[in-house]
Design a protein around this ligand. Structure first.
Ligand SMILES: Cc1ncc(COP(=O)(O)O)c(C=O)c1O
Length: 410
C-alpha cells in the first residue's frame, strides 16, 4: 500500500483496489498495451502491413447494414429515442433466430437485450455470483473473461483445455470445482481454438455439474458464451449447453455475425426449460440498470429485426479458412481446421510464441501470441482480413517458418 504523502498526510493512490487487481491481470495488461500503447492503431493502417489480430472489419460495411441503421435512426413516434430497456420487437426477432439454432421453444420474454456479449456476460456474472465466488473457465480463453470476472468481485479459476484437440478437460474441471464455485464459462464455438464442443461432451459436463451442485448444496451454473454460434463451417453442428443443462445463461453478441463490434448489440437468454424463472428474469432486468444501463441504444434495438437477416460472408470466410489452413500445413505448420469462428490457432514453430510473433511482425504480418491467451507455444490468426491479405501473407508465413526452423532445428 502506498505511504501517505509527508506533506498532505493523504495516501496518493487514485484508483480502487479492485481497479488495481484488474490492471494487474497479466494477459489483459498485455492485450491493453498492445491495442492502446504499442502504435498498433497506426501500424495496422500502414501500407504493406497485413493485420490478422482483432476481429475487426477490413472492408466498408454493406449497404444492407447501413440502410438498416439509417432507417432505424428516423423516429416514428415521440418515444423512439426514449430510455430503452429490452424492446419487444428486438426480443422477438432474437428469440426466433435463437430458436433456429438452439430449438428449445424460446420466446421474446426469455431474452434481454444487452450491450453486446460484454454486457450479457457482465449481467450473468453479477446476477448469479457474490463477491468471492469462483468462476471456472478453460484456457486458452477469450482474454477479457478475467477482467470482467475481477470487476464483478469474483475469483477466476483457470483450467487448461486438452491439447491438441482443445476440448474441455472434464477431469480438470471436476477437480477445480469447490464449494465456492458458482459458474463455469463455456465458449463454443471457441475463440481462439475454433473448436465446437460435441453434444455428448456437454452432456457429460452437465452430469458433472449436477453432481457437484448436489454435493455442495448450491447450484453451479453455466454461462454459455456463444457469439460465434452462427459462424459454423460446413459439416459441423453447433450445440449449446442450454440443450442439456437448463441452469445455463446464454450470452450472445451480434458483433461477430455482422462484423460490426463497434455497434453494441447482444442478449442474455434464460432457457425456457428452466423452472421458476420469473425471479431470475426480474433480477436480470434490475441488474442491467444497476450495473450501468447495459441496454443497447435505441437505434440498435429498432434495427435488430432487420439486422437478424444479415450476416458476414460465410462462404468467403470458409474459403479463406481452407486456403490458409492448406497453405500453412503445406509450409509445415501444425494447425487444426477450425469448426467455427473466424480464427486459426496454429502451433508456433518455436516454443517462444512471442519471439515468433515479433518476427512475423517484422515481415509486416500482425498476429497474436498464445501467451496473450495464457497458452504459450501457439498463436492466433484472425480471418476477418481480406482474401487478398491472406494471399499476400502466405509467403511471409513461409519465410518466418523457415527462419524459425533454422534457428531451432528439430
Ligand atoms: C468469446 C467471446 N466472447 C465475447 C466477446 C464479446 O463480444 P462483443 O464485443 O461483441 O460484446 C468476444 C469478442 O471478441 C469473444 O470473442
Amino acid at each position: 500500500m502506498p505511504e501517505p504523502s509527508a506533506v498532505t498526510g493523504v495516501e496518493p493512490t487514485v484508483v480502487s483496489r479492485r481497479s488495481e487487481r484488474i490492471q494487474a491481470a497479466a494477459p489483459f495488461r498485455a492485450m491493453f498495451d498492445f491495442r492502446m500503447r504499442s502504435g498498433y492503431a497506426q501500424r495496422r493502417l500502414d501500407p504493406g502491413v497485413l493485420d490478422f489480430t482483432f476481429g475487426d472489419p477490413h472492408e466498408v460495411a454493406t449497404t444492407d447494414y447501413v440502410e438498416a441503421l439509417r432507417e432505424s435512426a428516423v423516429p416514428r413516434d415521440e418515444l423512439w429515442f426514449a430510455y430503452k430497456q429490452s424492446e419487444p420487437a428486438a426480443q422477438d426477432a432474437a428469440a426466433a433466430s435463437l430458436e433456429r439454432v438452439v430449438p428449445l421453444g424460446w420466446t421474446g420474454d426469455d431474452l434481454r437485450m444487452t450491450t453486446g456479449g460484454f454486457g450479457a456476460i457482465t449481467v450473468a456474472l453479477k446476477v448469479l455470483a457474490d463477491p468471492g465466488d469462483e468462476v471456472v473457465y478453460t484456457l486458452p480463453p477469450w482474454f477479457l473473461y478475467e477482467p470482467l470476472i475481477l470487476e464483478a468481485g469474483l475469483v477466476p479459476v483457470k483450467v487448461a483445455a486438452l491439447e491438441p484437440s482443445f476440448d474441455l478437460d472434464l477431469d480438470a474441471i471436476g477437480s477445480a470445482l469447490t464449494d465456492r464455485t458458482r459458474m463455469v464459462v463455456v465458449n463454443s464455438p471457441n475463440n481462439p481454438s475454433g473448436r465446437i464442443y460435441p453434444l455428448e461432451l456437454l452432456r457429460s459436463l452437465a452430469a458433472l455439474l449436477d453432481d457437484a451442485s448436489a454435493r455442495s448444496g448450491r447450484r453451479i451454473w453455466i454461462v454459455s458464451d456463444e457469439p460465434y454460434s452462427r459462424i459454423v463451417f460446413s459439416g459441423n453442428d453447433f450445440h449449446s449447453p442450454a440443450e442439456v443443462y437448463p441452469h445455463t445463461l446464454v450470452c450472445y453478441s451480434y458483433g461477430k455475425t455482422l462484423l460490426a463490434p463497434g455497434q453494441r448489440l447482444g442478449y442474455l437468454a434464460v432457457p425456457p426449460t428452466l423452472e421458476d424463472r420469473a425471479d431470475l428474469l426480474e433480477a436480470v432486468d434490475m441488474m442491467q440498470i444497476a450495473a450501468g444501463w447495459l441496454f443497447p441504444n435505441a437505434v440498435m434495438q429498432h434495427a435488430a429485426p432487420r439486422l437478424e437477416e444479415l450476416s458476414l460472408d460465410l462462404v468467403g470466410l470458409e474459403a479463406k479458412r481452407d486456403r490458409l489452413v492448406g497453405a500453412l500445413r503445406e509450409i509445415g505448420y501444425e494447425v487444426g481446421a477450425p469448426e467455427g469462428t473466424f480464427y486459426l490457432w496454429p502451433r508456433s514453430p518455436v516454443p517462444d510464441d512471442e519471439a515468433f510473433v515479433a518476427d512475423l511482425s517484422r515481415h509486416g504480418v500482425l498476429v497474436m501470441p498464445g501467451t496473450l491467451f495464457e497458452t504459450p507455444g501457439w498463436f492466433r490468426i484472425c480471418l476477418t482480413a481480406t482474401a487478398e491479405s491472406v494471399e499476400e501473407a502466405i509467403p511471409h508465413f513461409r519465410a518466418a517458418f523457415e527462419a524459425a526452423r533454422q534457428s531451432h532445428p528439430s
